[in-house]
Design a protein around this ligand. Structure first.
Ligand code: ZN
Length: 136
């Protein structure tokens, strides 16, 4: 595996409009991007702290993954994303080591990153994402 840092932490929120003021007014971070990822049925808001981002996720459809997550568990930490070099190789290695993959091959996520998820059943309950910035 070649993990370089925590790329972002994904947090499910009921509403971006309600959640953003906490990060801006209380924590003093600045939302630098809001983006809809139609594929994932979410609207995302990004903050940066050091090398790491916080990705707030608001569902745009109750049947989408974040809609279902919030219905079942309420708002809160949703996933942890590691930046990796060579996402295909890391996925293959995880698979060979018996990790259950949600994405067999990478797909496009927010900010144009290549992303893939590992199943929380194989990661001690933490939905885990690998991401690689191939535009870098
Ligand atoms: Zn993510």
């Amino acid at each position: 595996m070649e993990l370089t840092h925590i790329e972002h932490i994904g947090i499910a929120v009921s509403s971006l409009d309600e959640a953003i003021p906490y990060y801006e007014d209380i924590l003093g971070l600045k939302c630098y991007s809001i983006e809809e990822v139609a594929d994932q049925k979410v609207k995302t808001a990004f903050f940066k702290i050091g090398q790491t981002k916080i990705e707030l996720l608001e569902s745009t459809d109750p049947e989408g993954p974040i809609g279902k997550f919030i219905e079942k568990r309420g708002p809160g930490v949703h996933h942890l994303a590691f930046a990796v070099n060579n996402i295909e190789k890391n996925l293959e290695e995880a698979k060979q080591k018996g990790v259950r993959l949600i994405d067999q091959t990478p797909r496009k996520g927010a900010e144009g990153l290549d992303i893939a998820f590992l199943h929380p059943k194989s990661t001690n309950g933490v939905l885990t994402e690998f991401c690689e910035d191939k535009n870098k």
